[in-house]
Design a protein around this ligand. Sequence first.
Ligand SMILES: Nc1ncnc2c1ncn2[C@@H]1O[C@H](COP(=O)(O)OP(=O)(O)O)[C@@H](O)[C@H]1O
Ligand SMILES: [Mg+2]
Length: 276
Amino acid sequence: MRHHERDVDATGATTPSAAQLAASPQGHQRNAVDALLRADDITAGYLPGINILEGCNFYADDGEIVGIIGPNGAGKSTLLKTLFGLIPVRHGSVTLRDQDITSAPAHVLVTKGVGYVPQTQNVFASLTIEENLEMGIYLKPRKFNERMAFVSEVFPLLAERRKVKAGALSGGERQMVAMGRALMMEPSVLLLDEPSAGLSPMFQDQVFIQIKKVNATGVTVILVEQNARRCLQICDRGYVLDQGRNAYTDTGQNLRHDPAVIELYLGTLAGRSEKQ
Ligand SMILES: Nc1ncnc2c1ncn2[C@@H]1O[C@H](COP(=O)(O)OP(=O)(O)O)[C@@H](O)[C@H]1O
Ligand SMILES: [Mg+2]
């Protein structure tokens, strides 16, 4: 899958596409210069001797929504966990602005402006919405009111239902609580792991609208999604992660129309079912 042959010349050699060149180490180095958050040549994994990420490059510029798609088990969640210091980096580096944060622990990253919403178990079901949001800012409790006001503006429903237990909410509402909680610490960049997973199409749409709204407040968003097409529609740039490295990167728009990406990751009907 990694070496998709799209342009074969007379000698049988393949010509990499623009999206493949941009994903190459050289392309990455060229484009990641002013990044807010970047990962360079990352190798990481869970079990000794088994690397899940291998030579993975990634960056997000200030203000972007950057999508990460790819098949199940490609390492998308692992990449987010690695950026957030939950998995030790075996090789390579993670940089926030110009600061080396490789393997910095999560609680340090939170104070540096990195927020993370895991895919599952991202709210405390037995606590109210308000208590969940308090948990989000336990490191700076005095800022609670100010941040609560901000989060209420982005997600009015959370303020309206602040006394309701998170366990009583719908899946879509729980995602809102999880994002709201991460926003309490005033992150400059938010890592979201499959926020639309398990939601009905209507709630999925709402989640994507909310992500746009959060991004519009100036928060850079890194979005891992199983809903690849929708993800590429809302992201400024996207990556296709395959076998532990980013195989393609381009604007969301270009990736959606990239024949190799369509064939390998979006299904052959993808191009036909869309107007743009
Ligand atoms: N806690 C873990 N321990 C061991 N292996 C894991 C663990 N979590 C994930 N993996 C393995 O890492 C690979 C990538 O998983 P993951 O990053 O969750 O993929 P994705 O999010 O793209 O579906 C898979 O082969 C998975 O089995
Ligand atoms: Mg995952």
